[in-house]
Design a protein. Sequence first.
Length: 455
Amino acid sequence: MSKDQKSAPKDTQTDAPSHVMWGGRFEGAPDDIMVQINASIDVDKRLYRQDIQGSIAHAQMLGACGILTEGEVRQILDGLLRVQAEIESGAFHFQTALEDIHMNIEARLKELIGDVAGKLHTARSRNDQVATDFRLWMKEALAMLAQEIERFEGVLTAKAVSHQNTIMPGFTHLQIAQPVTLSLHLGAWAAMVGRDQSRFMDCLNRLDESPLGACALAGTSFPIDRAMTAKSLGFRQPVANTMDAVAARDFVLEFLSAAAICAVHLSRFAEELILWSTAQFGYIRLDDSFTTGSSIMPQKKNPDAAELVRGKSGKMIGILVQMLTVMKALPLTYNKDMQDDKEAVFAAFDTLMLCLKAMSGMVEGMQVHEAQMRRDAENGFSTATDLADWLVKELNLPFRQAHHVTGRIVKLAEVKGCRLDELALADMQSIEASITQDVFKVLNVESAVKARQSK
């Protein structure tokens, strides 16, 4: 361990006064409870890389604008890189008393390079600093989510392609409705998660503006170049209104909303996997790697991964409601309530990434029982709509009349305990005399699936 690492502050609440960065106005130190409720370092230390990235861009801009000397900029940059190395090596000691990641880094920077470290905060506030860090982190997080969704969509599509001819019942109200293919069914989920991805990309597009240079809320009297820092950090442009720059958290709400919608989609699909894997349905077999057993019943194979995905959707919805509630009554501009936004977003991101990976694994490894799917499609009167359509097209019956006739034929098949295509022609003619032998061409599930014109 280097000399600098050895001198790093210890992780205690008392080895540095929490007002060290802002205490000129105060005579007394904060109460211990105030220190605890005020601190966010346990959460926002996750932003260390973005905080250092933003500080480097800010220092370089201050140098380019003649606010700092070239030597001061060089000292600050070297010191920031040393701080980052300490954090990434595990040698850095985060202090609760220093409240957050910004003050922890600045305090350590001062230990390393002296008073010049204090010049880094020229023309900057923690308000625009944290907003910048957070947007930088969210840009990366959104790109990662989009990539994971794309992977899941690819797994769904690959499974769909391999089951283009696998016939299964389509459901409404969880009742057998019409025969479809498993490919069509899985394609519906792929379409939904594709829209989830587009919502995250829309969110990314709107948050791609830099708050840096807005300072506390009203900008600064120093001759800074906000466009320079925005470009350096990879933002499209600076946030135009400085009050909006530090007060806005709609990008958080938009992200959490998109995440909750995505989690609901995953939950709905997880519910199908749970149902399909039961003995009563018997449509799929989930791989052992995504199931668990029972501590008392040796025969059990529980779809716990799917159940946990289903359950975590409630957490995602709760996080969204939490942040909507936090923000709903906050006046402009920054309020300390907003400190909880990072914990909410980090939890949502981690949870959704885990759920997406679990869903990809389950779909990729599941075995499909094609014969059982087909049996249910054949046995559930799923071609009744095709019979009604045939009556309209071939016999010119009004659809409402055809619907009624078909209903009576279904009832007769139910009484006889047979499928529609197993009814005798005479049985059908007893209900509608003009029915011909040609009707049987539309009563098998293959014909019904092929006849669909609006896939």
